[in-house]
Design a protein around this ligand. Structure first.
Ligand code: PSU
Ligand code: MN
Length: 367
């Protein structure tokens, strides 16, 4: 049962009462989305803004690690010279650039909070409840607010066994229809990585790996065994790809995969083994729909006794830094024209063997 929670203002200290929350001020956009004034100002001056999702806070991590990570990620983005804007729903209002008080409310989950993907917005907004926006939900709001880059941990994808369950995340169709760039550490191996890549191709999503590897990462490890469709070495080149995508006015999204830092990969293998067990447990239980991903994540957490969380936090921070760097480079490029990518640095990995794209390949080292 979902209930309308107590007024947000009742949860704030008396000194904080007023027309705005804490020190943050908000501005209502024409689509009913409430945009933080700093974010609005940065966007109007073409300054780099990085959107962040909130399902990771409400359904992806336990309290208080969720709020600590959310705050740490925002400050890492600021250090790189970009403005963070976490997106989420409080009492039915969609906020772009949540205040610390609002982040705290979502993180504590004292008030019922719904995992909100594209399909869920009308319900969550009409009921006036709280919502953590998924990758698909965050992308669509970011696009409406005019933010072109969004950082997360991992996106949803094609679930294992999808040929009978039909469980394919709305994140993938969102990437196919919404022109926002998503920076992630790939997809978790709770999913079917190969079919996820195939689906993204069908949706026309530009997928690229940033870093020395040419293979697509699978969240906890740097190499899923599946070749990525393209690969770039630097945040600048990723930003240049964004520029070309913008110039062409492609209506689809872009996915930039950033592998987990090498020093956290060892833990990653342990976690992947736990995932195997967790996926089997999920299949044996009657877990379906939006519950599947949180269920498997929780099981993995229990099996690894928190080890999965350490890797999770490390890679999100790494994504935040890299995403902010791309965003800074992109904002410098926005006004320039005729820039082009040096051919030797943009390697079309597929040209090695077109048939190897999206299929398992042996890892053939960096570079
Ligand atoms: N993967 C994670 N942590 C998460 C999610 C995915 O490692 O918190 C969340 C993201 O918000 C993503 C959503 O958009 O789960 C996908 O859910 P589903 O598989 O139900 O579409
Ligand atoms: Mn699903």
């Amino acid at each position: 049962m979902l209930h309308r929670g107590p007024s947000i203002f009742k949860l704030l200290k008396p000194s904080r009462l007023g027309f705005h929350l804490g020190s943050q001020k908000f501005q209502l956009s024409s689509s009913g989305i409430v945009i933080n004034k700093d974010v609005q100002e940065a966007l109007s001056f073409n300054q780099p803004v990085v959107a962040l999702e909130s399902t990771i806070i409400t359904h992806g991590m336990p309290y208080p690690l969720n709020i600590e990570t959310a705050i740490a990620v925002e400050s890492l983005i600021k250090k790189e010279g970009a403005l963070p804007a976490t997106i989420g729903i409080i009492e039915g209002k969609v906020y772009v650039g949540l205040s610390q008080e609002q982040l705290q409310i979502l993180a504590e989950k004292k008030i019922p909070c719904m995992k909100t993907s594209r399909r869920d917005f009308p319900y969550v907004m009409a009921k006036g409840i709280n919502g953590g926006t998924t990758v698909s939900g965050t992308m669509l709001v970011a696009q409406k607010a005019g933010i072109n880059l969004f950082v997360t941990g991992g996106i949803g994808g094609v679930h294992r066994g999808a040929e009978s369950s039909f469980d394919i995340s709305a994140d993938l169709t969102e990437l196919g229809r919404t022109p926002v760039t998503v920076v992630s550490a790939g997809v978790k191996s709770i999913l079917d990585v190969g079919r996820t890549l195939e689906y993204l191709e069908t949706q026309g999503v530009c997928v690229t790996v940033l870093g020395p590897n040419t293979t697509f990462p699978d969240f906890f490890t740097r190499d899923s065994g599946y070749e990525a469709p393209s690969h770039v070495d630097t945040p600048f080149l990723a930003a240049l790809m964004m520029k070309k995508w913008r110039d062409l006015d492609l209506k689809s999204g872009m996915l930039i995969a950033v592998p987990i830092p090498q020093e956290h990969e060892a833990e990653g293998q342990v976690v992947n083994d736990a995932i195997e067990i967790a996926v089997k447990e999920a299949a044996a239980s009657s877990v379906t729909g939006r519950e599947v991903t949180p269920f498997v994540l929780q099981k993995v957490l229990e099996i690894t006794q928190g080890e999965s969380l350490k890797s999770n936090v490390a890679l999100i921070k790494n994504n935040a830094i890299t995403g902010a760097q791309i965003s800074v480079e992109f904002s410098k490029l926005k006004d320039t024209s005729n820039s082009s990518m040096p051919v030797d640095t943009l390697r079309q990995v597929g040209s090695k063997s077109a048939s190897s794209i999206g299929r398992p390949v042996r890892f053939y080292g960096d570079g």
